[in-house]
Ligand binder design. Structure first.
Ligand code: SAM
Ligand code: SF4
Length: 343
C-alpha cells in the first residue's frame, strides 16, 4: 500500500523473539535484557494472521528477525506458514548464524528464499569480544552450509566499528570475491546501545576496499528489499553493498514496517509510535478492524528519521513502554535496544 508520503510499503520485518544466544556490545547489555514473558510474545498463529492481513494490504516480502530468530523453537514451521500465504512472494531470515548449520535443511524445505548472516569480523578473538563469547567457527560452518544450497541467496551483514582494524573489512570483502555471496556494510545506527558507538561511514569502507581491490562499478538493477547500494569490484563473484543509514538518509525510498515480538507494528525504526496489534487480536478484533489499524499505521509512517541530529540519544523513556508513547501528538524517539525492537 501507499503511505502518506507516497511511498510503496511492501516489506515487513517480523521479530519473533527478543532473546538471543549472543550479546553483541552494540545491541544487547552484557547481562541481557529483561525478556518479554512467553505469554506476551505473539504465537505463530498470531504472527501468521498479521502477515496474511499485511499481504492483503500489499506486503509481499517478510524478513524474520529478532533477537536471534533461530533460538525460537519451531521457527522453520512459522517460515513455512508465512511462505504459503497468498501474496507473500519472499520470506528471508536475518541470523547471527550460530545455529544455522543445524537448522538449514528445515529452513530451506519450508521455503526460505534468502539468508542474511551477521558477522562483523573474521578474527575469532575480536568476534568473541564483540559478541561477548560467540564462537566464530560455528558461524563459518553455517555460512559454508548455506552456500551449498543452490536456491538460497546468501548475504553477509557487517556493522563496522571504529575500533575494528580496517584490514578486517578487506578480509570480509574477500568472501564476496571468492564466493557467490554479497557482503554488506551497515552503518552503526544511534539506536539503543548503538548510541554509544560512532559509525564508520560506507564511504570510508569503500576507500579501504578501493585501495585493495581497485575501483568498483555501481551495480545496476534491484537487489534485495532494502536501501543497500551495491558495487562490483573487478574479479569478484559476489557484490559489496553499503547501507549508509546515517550518512545518507534514504527515508524517501523506505518501503518497510516492523512488527515486534510483542505484536507492536512500528512504521519507523527511530520512533516509538505504532499500534499494539496483539492487544487488538487478544481482545477479539476481527480481521477488518486489524486491517484498518494496520492500514492507518502504515499510512501514518513518519517522513524520515533524524539519526543525523542524534536527538534520539536524549530520549527520555526509561523502559520499553516509554519507547512507544506519543506525547501531545508528537512522536517520541525509540528508547529500546535493537534486539528488543527487532533489527
Ligand atoms: N540476531 C540476528 C542477527 O544478529 O543478525 C538478527 C537480529 S540483529 C538485531 C539484526 C542486525 O541488526 C544485525 O546485523 C546487527 O548487527 C544489526 N544491528 C544491531 N544493532 C545495530 C545498530 N545500532 N546499528 C546498525 N545495525 C545494528
Ligand atoms: Fe543478538 Fe543479533 Fe543483537 Fe547480536 S546483533 S546481540 S546476535 S540480536
Amino acid at each position: 500500500m501507499i503511505d502518506q508520503q507516497g511511498r510503496t510499503i511492501e516489506y515487513m520485518r517480523v521479530s519473533v523473539t527478543d532473546r538471543c544466544n549472543l550479546r553483541c556490545v552494540y545491541c544487547m547489555p552484557a547481562g541481557g535484557v529483561t525478556c518479554v514473558r512467553h505469554d506476551d510474545i505473539l504465537t505463530y498463529d498470531e504472527i501468521t494472521r498479521i502477515c496474511r492481513i499485511g499481504a492483503e494490504l500489499g506486503i509481499s516480502r517478510i524478513k524474520l528477525t529478532g533477537g536471534e530468530p533461530l533460538v525460537r523453537r519451531g521457527l522453520p514451521e512459522l517460515l513455512g506458514m508465512i511462505r504459503r500465504l497468498p501474496g507473500i512472494e519472499q520470506v528471508t531470515l536475518t541470523t547471527n548464524g550460530i545455529l544455522l548449520k543445524e537448522k538449514i535443511n528445515e529452513l530451506v524445505s519450508n521455503g526460505l528464499d534468502s539468508v542474511n548472516i551477521s558477522i562483523d569480523t573474521l578474527d575469532g578473538n575480536r568476534y568473541r569480544e564483540i559478541t561477548r563469547g560467540g564462537e566464530l567457527n560455528k558461524v563459518l560452518s553455517g555460512i559454508e552450509t548455506a552456500l551449498k544450497v543452490p536456491s538460497l541467496k546468501v548475504k553477509i551483514n557487517c556493522v563496522p566499528m571504529t575500533e575494528t582494524p580496517r584490514q578486517e573489512y578487506i578480509r570480509l570483502a574477500r568472501l564476496a570475491r571468492d564466493h557467490e555471496m554479497d557482503v554488506r556494510f551497515i552503518e552503526m545506527m544511534p539506536i539503543g546501545l548503538g548510541r554509544k558507538y560512532g559509525y564508520v561511514s560506507g564511504r570510508q569502507i569503500y576507500q579501504t576496499l578501493k585501495n585493495e581491490f581497485g575501483e568498483a562499478k555501481r551495480c545496476s538493477g534491484r537487489f534485495g528489499n532494502g536501501p543497500a547500494v551495491y558495487v562490483c569490484f573487478p574479479g569478484f563473484i559476489g557484490k559489496i553493498g553499503f547501507i549508509d543509514a546515517v550518512s545518507h538518509q534514504f527515508c524517501e525510498k523506505c518501503n518497510r514496517v516492523r512488527l515486534t515480538s510483542e505484536g507492536y507494528l512500528k512504521p519507523c525504526l527511530q520512533y516509538g509510535a505504532g499500534t499494539d496489534l496483539r492487544d487488538l487480536m487478544r481482545s477479539g478484533a476481527d480481521d477488518g478492524i486489524i486491517r484498518d489499524e494496520m492500514r492507518r499505521t502504515i499510512y501514518d509512517k513518519p517522513a524520515c528519521h533524524h539519526f543525523g541530529e542524534c536527538a534520539c540519544g536524549k530520549a527520555s523513556g526509561k523502559n520499553a513502554s516509554d519507547g512507544m508513547k506519543q506525547d501531545n501528538g508528537e512522536m517520541k524517539y525509540e528508547t529500546r535496544d535493537m534486539s528488543q525492537i527487532g533489527g
